[in-house]
Design a protein around this ligand. Structure first.
Ligand SMILES: *Cc1c(COP(=O)(O)O)cnc(C)c1O
Length: 371
């Protein structure tokens, strides 16, 4: 396969650099040797630094996809006898509810439709009405539609009312502005293969030290995903289970490359990618599902043009080397998703727009641009 056979417009795994992929090819290595522990330590230090966590935060690595880190954070955060308020405006919010229920954590749900961000005043109301709620869990960027929830405002409300926040930032960390140190935020979960531009297989929790230290005295709800045990063991430069040794090396390389690019520059590149995508597709007649002001810079959900199925559009794009992404559930019947994370540069987005124009032409769909 040649370099970048597919341009990935799915929300992770995203396109990576050749150097990140090559970092997987290390000599066989035992995961309990100092050579591995040094790489793990370096990843954790770099993650906290790039996320702007300072001394107040620490990183815990998990072998598993983003959901592993999310589940570890949820099932650790809420003490016995307290409950969790979940903001649900999409598939990933729904997953937070399911995770809490499976672990026997009582859940209150604040539900919205898939294009409506949470109203911080609703969170305040729910927290005032429910003193038993100890934590709010929310998805920062709801990847179902490309919806941005107002995390900073929710964290402020929670902190004012003496509660703490668990954030699913799997598709927003290093893609959207995110101040993890803001008061109220205790746990932020993300993964290697989205805006970090590494390989699937590693996820992580950025944890406030004061919040993770208190877990020591609490019984865990999971053996494999016990946040405290993973952290305490990693703090001693060890690991409770066998990690994805090679993927950790790719993560280190991706972190080095993120530092070289600069987090602010990456956010700006994604924002520019999104601008080119949106204006180009608007000119072709595509409509965006999420209202302006609630959109992320990482992913856009467009309505399917009348008479075009997702499969037909997907296949026409794939013939041109571009992988678009299906909507989850019923959304697949009327919309599709285009992510602009990964190594994609603004000039690549011009190619994406041109491919959509050619795909529509192939499918016999008239566009405003062509008349
Ligand atoms: C990708 C993603 C996850 C994790 O999904 P995995 O399939 O476990 O990688 C969690 N939350 C959000 C918002 C995501 O976009």
């Amino acid at each position: 396969m040649s370099e970048r056979d597919w341009i990935l417009l799915n929300p992770g795994p995203a396109n990576t650099t050749r150097t990140v992929r090559q970092a997987l090819l290390i000599p066989d290595l035992c995961h309990r040797e100092p050579e591995f522990f040094a790489v793990m330590r370096e990843c954790r230090v770099r993650l906290v630094r790039l996320a702007g966590g300072g001394d107040a935060f620490t990183a815990v690595l998990f072998t598993g996809s983003g959901t592993a880190a999310v589940e570890a954070a949820i099932c650790a955060a809420v003490p016995e006898g307290r409950s969790l308020l979940v903001v649900n405006n999409g598939v990933y919010g729904d997953r937070l509810v399911r995770i809490a229920r499976v672990h026997g954590i009582p859940v209150e749900v604040l539900a919205y439709d898939i294009v409506t961000p949470v109203a911080p005043a609703d969170v305040a109301g729910a927290l005032r009405a429910r003193p038993e709620v100890s934590h709010v869990a929310l998805v920062h960027h709801e990847t179902t539609t490309g919806l941005l929830n107002p995390l900073a405002e929710v964290a402020r409300v929670a902190a004012d009312l003496g509660r703490r926040v668990v954030v699913d930032a799997v598709s927003s960390l290093f893609g959207e502005p995110l101040d993890i140190t803001q008061d109220g935020i205790d746990f932020v979960a993300a993964s290697a293969n989205k805006c970090l531009q590494a390989i699937p297989g590693i996820s992580f929790v950025l944890a406030r030290r004061s919040a993770i230290e208190v877990l020591k005295s609490r019984p865990p709800r999971s053996v494999y995903l016990d946040l405290y045990t993973h952290w305490a063991t990693q703090e001693q430069d060890n690991t409770p289970f066998t990690p994805a040794v090679q993927v950790v090396h790719a993560v280190r390389q991706a972190l080095i490359e993120l530092e070289a690019e600069g987090v602010a520059a990456r956010l700006e590149r994604y924002a520019e990618n999104a601008r080119i995508l949106r204006s180009g597709l608007a000119a072709l007649g595509f409509e965006i599902l999420v209202p302006e002001g609630a959109r992320t810079n990482v992913l856009t959900t467009f309505r399917l043009p009348p008479g075009v199925t997702y499969d037909a559009l997907h296949d026409a794009m794939k013939r041109r080397g571009y992988i678009i992404y299906v909507g989850q559930g019923d959304i697949r019947n009327y919309a599709f998703r285009v992510a602009n994370m990964g190594t994609l540069a603004p000039r690549d987005m011009d190619g994406v727009v041109a491919a959509f124009a050619a795909a529509l032409e192939e499918l016999g769909i008239p566009t405003p641009a062509r008349g």
